[in-house]
Ligand binder design. Structure first.
Ligand SMILES: [Zn+2]
Length: 236
């Protein structure tokens, strides 16, 4: 079964210039049989970039590649040393969403239209490649997406410039919304209740051992009680 994970469109995107130093001397580039694909290798990791759009701006493409190599090796080290070392990025004008990852295939597909309109939103890469690292056998989806946005919050390289940030919970909201809602809860638990819990949560999800009891075992409180404590005093 192929697991697919979808990313929501960030609410705030500000047009701010992106300044990124791209160290091209560390990259070897090849053009294989597929004229649409670039293969880039760094430190034992191979990224194949297949541009099936009308042609992404080269500086933007380099920024996506840079973000990938910055964060993917960090994620391997921090979360999953067994994660695949070969990843395919597809930039697809036929896909109208933001992006999705297929962990089983080691592939991330980016919507060409979204990327064209949001050239500074390079941390779409950060969120999506975390799904490759996750490679969970099953859900719950709110944990999966919550961790991916938590990781974007911690490791994002250009969040501030694009106006992306975790926000305080809104009345009636539930952690089961996943994404930023769950990510901010995780950040609060890390800070106020138990440091290092996201790493343990990620490991439990990957080994298929996650249940609701995880929270009681780790914190002495179930997830609903943690949420209640959090929304009563959500400061980070
Ligand atoms: Zn996602």
């Amino acid at each position: 079964m192929q697991l697919k994970f979808y990313k929501k469109t960030p609410l705030l995107l500000l047009p701010v210039l992106l300044c990124m130093g791209f160290r091209s001397n560390h990259i070897s580039r090849e053009t294989g049989a597929n004229p649409l694909a670039d293969t880039i290798r760094q430190k034992g990791i191979t990224l194949i970039v297949e541009d099936r759009s009308e042609g992404m701006d080269n500086l933007q493409k380099q920024a996506l590649i840079h973000t990938f190599f910055t964060n993917y090796s960090r994620f391997i080290k921090t979360f999953n040393s067994k994660a695949t070392r070969t990843i395919l990025f597809k930039i697809d004008s036929g896909y109208t969403g933001v992006a999705y990852a297929d962990a089983k295939l080691g592939m991330v597909c980016y919507g060409a239209d979204y990327m064209k309109k949001h050239p500074k939103d390079v941390d779409v890469v950060t969120h999506e490649v975390m799904h490759i690292i996750q490679n969970y056998p099953s859900g719950p989806g709110w944990v999966t997406e919550g961790i991916a946005d938590y990781v974007r919050h911690v490791y994002g390289v250009n969040n501030a410039a694009t106006g992306w940030a975790l926000r305080s919970p809104r009345p009636g909201e539930s952690y089961t919304n996943g994404y930023g809602t769950a990510a901010r809860l995780f950040a609060w638990i890390e800070l106020r209740v138990k440091k290092g819990i996201v790493k343990k949560l990620d490991a439990a999800m990957r080994s298929g051992t996650y249940t609701n009891d995880f929270w009681v075992k780790e914190t002495g409180k179930d997830i609903d009680l943690l949420w209640k404590d959090y929304i009563n005093k959500p400061e980070l």
